[in-house]
Design a protein around this ligand. Structure first.
Ligand code: CDP
Length: 223
């Protein structure tokens, strides 16, 4: 069986919409693999920050992206021999990731790596362009949103839990900026893929969102 015959559930949405948590739990429930595509942009950003690569040097950045030595096991993310699970969650890394994600050659450099996550019995992929560009044939596409306030609050909790300091006002400002960058970029802009189910989770728990995605998937398999 070729990799393209294994099912993919694509879960896209804006920053801090909770898609990571939801995608992770859906993958666990189905026994599927999980792709956190944002982590690949964050790993590239961290490599750039650590090596002092100028953000204007697209060629050098795309070389960093295509040469990423990273591995994922459970929640642990390694960059070469370094455990960077927490380091890539810093706001500075997220902001840099969002900037370099607008560079076409960086996106191209990460394309093959993302496809390689599609393995039996299936994949849940989370990001901005999973359903629109990377896995356009996904069995199920979900576009997960939440109000900016709900998202800022979630991001705040996430950062504090990881031991980073955070401030709601700065977070909201960052969130608007990141939304604007993700939505307005020329390549793979953030938007619901064709045929995507919209899920506004502002007033939902992560578990309720998980149940909704699983229900859509179960319905699809009936037909
Ligand atoms: O945590 P947050 O949702 O802000 O971001 P993330 O999913 O960890 O991704 C980090 C950055 O990478 C985002 O701000 C996006 O600009 C970018 N990204 C992207 O362009 N395409 C993807 N498939 C995933 C992330």
């Amino acid at each position: 069986m070729s990799a393209s015959s294994f099912p993919v559930i694509a879960i896209d949405g804006p920053t801090a919409s909770g898609k990571g948590t939801v995608a992770h739990r859906v993958a666990e429930r189905l026994g599927f693999h999980y792709l956190d595509s944002g982590a690949l942009y964050r790993l590239t950003a961290l490599s750039a920050l650590r090596s002092g690569t100028p953000l204007a040097d697209e060629h050098a950045l795309s070389k960093l992206a295509s040469g990423l030595h990273c591995s994922f096991s459970g929640d642990k993310i390694m960059l070469a021999n370094d455990n960077v699970t927490n380091a890539i969650r810093a706001e500075e890394v997220g902001n840099t990731a969002s900037k370099i994600a607008s560079l076409p050659t960086v996106r191209q450099a990460l394309y093959g790596l993302q496809l390689s996550f599609r393995k039996p019995p299936g994949l849940v992929a989370d990001g901005r362009d999973m359903g629109s560009v990377i896995f356009p044939q996904a069995s199920l596409k979900v576009f997960l949103t939440a109000s900016p306030e709900a998202r800022a609050e979630r991001r705040y909790k996430q950062l504090i839990d990881k031991g980073f300091s955070a401030n709601m006002e700065d977070l909201l400002k960052d969130l608007w900026e990141r939304d604007a960058r993700d939505t307005n970029r020329a390549i793979s802009p953030l938007k619901p893929a064709e045929g995507a189910h919209l899920l506004d989770t502002s007033a939902m728990t992560a578990d309720q969102a998980v149940e909704q995605v699983l229900q859509w998937y179960a319905e699809l398999k009936k037909h």
